[in-house]
Design a protein around this ligand. Sequence first.
Ligand code: SF4
Length: 472
Amino acid sequence: MGKTLLQKVWDLHKVRTLPTGQTQLFIGLHLIHEVTTPQAFDALRQRGWKVARPDRTFATVDHIVPTRQRQRQRPFIDVLAEDMIASLERNTSDFGVPLYDIGDERQGIVHVIGPELGLTQPGMTIACGDSHTSTHGAFGAVAFGIGTSQVRDVLASQCIALEPLKVRRIRVTGQLPRGVYAKDVILTIIQRLGIGGGNGYAYEYAGDAIERMSMDERMTICNMSIEGGARVGYVNPDETTFQYMAGRPFAPQGEAFGRAKAWWRSIASDRDASYEDEVEIRAAELTPVVTWGVNPGQSIGVKDRVPGASGANAQVSDALAYMGLTAGQPIAGMKIDVAFIGSCTNGRLSDLQEAARIVRGHHVASGVKALVVPGSVSVQKAAEREGLDATFREAGFEWRDAGCSMCLGMNPDKLEGNQVCAASSNRNFKGRQGSPTGRTLLMSPAMVAAAAITGVVTDVRELVDEVPAGVR
Ligand code: SF4
């Protein structure tokens, strides 16, 4: 019987089975940032411990960094944010960990820079104190988000105790229709399987639609695995993966790259691997998706009406009340106040290129605040070389510096009052974007761009005729 990628990588990194039944797993790459590390480093300091593998630990700043140039001057106005970044600077300096700080060309959202720099590689185990670490699974890595106490454990021992995971294969087959993107695929998967459907599972994404996707698109899919309850999401490495890896600063170079490729190929799931269960999603049935509620599973097609017309459960009623929606109301046409393009889900160059294509020749609707926040300095520079910043500015968008921005309310980019935000990020929880009554509608960057232009939730296929068919 063959093995899945998860089993192979797990077995290769297993140190031992603990008395609890958990696996002590060696971590190949530990990515850290300013929010979940201060207490972890304090714990090491109190015990006189060192970081076990500073050579396998990399730090960046993303969650709390302001995205307006003038607000990035130090010290930050926000004392708490200043404390966090100063702690990370002190800790990385004291413990010998590389830091990509503000002003560094390599700074950006942790899940954007890991792949960009070639730190993320197939067959690795990767941990980071952020839920969306599953992003790195796009490369055939086993990557999971961890809490602060586990960050401490990994810093101290380069190991972590984990429950074994079952594997569900999700095959996305056929051609995606015009105007349907990777974001629509993963929102549909979460909607169909439920936000807890992946509990105890790793999701293996397969099928010809996934195989045709670029690495950026695969990252969007894997990024939101956690929103479906799966601890890990991954795609088997293939030629698309290897082409992306080639020449990245931390990727193997020259002959070593050839050897690495052979090994990366070998860790892909075997043809006769068995899965706990399998699900098929037919790409041709998908439409652009918008969330209407307060978790990423509460979504519908842009042409659909919000649920709850009769016999709605308390969760649905509560979500509708919070969102200010009426049961049976079409989601298209819902007024927005803010449009946010960015985050580790959809803040990469191809996302910005696609959004720019939609906004070109249009202008942001009156009364809408629209911002584009590149996921990293590298994305920002590449976009600026292509003139995308000018395209967005001419259309009335604000062009910002790299960071998590409006994905969460930990920096100056926040919703106010009960503003409605069309967002390309990953969470629409109550208060997620910084205002306790703020409302978030998740969608693809192209759909955010369309909403920014019209001022209401809009089917991007109606706004722009030339939205391409299938995977971009
Ligand atoms: S963009 Fe959002 S989800 Fe991604 S790392 Fe930042 S805060 Fe976390």
